[in-house]
Design a protein around this ligand. Structure first.
Ligand code: SF4
Ligand code: SF4
Length: 162
């Protein structure tokens, strides 16, 4: 296995094209939509050939997460709490106002996406962070058998590095 690994974004993939033909190891599979982790040698040929830019090369070992800066975290929580409050108001409006349903739903979704992006980009929920692993352990402890199995696979794949 190489230093990198190819990941396919199924939402962007238009299916049945170049990555199948350029992969030297047969790791891309369009029937399941997955890239075989065991076969992928991280050469990047599929990502370079993909016309939809659906494949991203990611390192197998994530770089160390930056130390968490308390000022950044405090400002992050202020912004996130504002967005949560905005969504609380938007949901109330949504109940009362069916005419603007699409606009209100879009704003709620947009706030959710911004919250996720802010938390990740502030370094608070990187896959290699200890707090992400603690969060996954909680899901595993409270989930059903399927959730436990999926979460364990994630935990096995991504080492803590901070
Ligand atoms: S080359 Fe890109 S768009 Fe085509 S099947 Fe592969 S991942 Fe999908
Ligand atoms: S990175 Fe190389 S080996 Fe891995 S799936 Fe893409 S073409 Fe195949």
């Amino acid at each position: 296995m190489g230093k990198n690994h190819a990941y396919r974004n199924l939402k962007l993939c238009s299916k049945d094209c170049l990555c199948l033909f350029v992969c030297p190891t047969g790791a891309t599979n369009n029937e399941t939509g997955q890239i075989d982790f065991e076969k992928c040698i991280g050469c990047g040929a599929c990502a370079a050939a993909c016309p939809a830019r659906a494949i991203t090369m990611l390192p197998n070992k994530m770089p160390p997460a930056q130390p968490k800066n308390l000022t950044v975290i405090s400002e992050l929580f202020k912004i996130v709490n504002n967005k949560i409050e905005a969504n609380r108001i938007l949901k109330k409006l949504l109940k009362e106002n069916k005419e603007d349903e699409r606009v209100l739903k879009t704003l709620i979704h947009s706030n959710k996406v911004m919250i996720e992006d802010l938390i990740r980009e502030a370094g608070y929920m990187l896959p290699q962070s200890k707090n992400t692993h603690e969060f996954l352990e909680k899901i595993k402890a409270n989930g059903d058998e399927t959730a436990k199995e999926i979460v364990q696979k994630l935990l096995d794949k991504i080492e803590i590095n901070e």
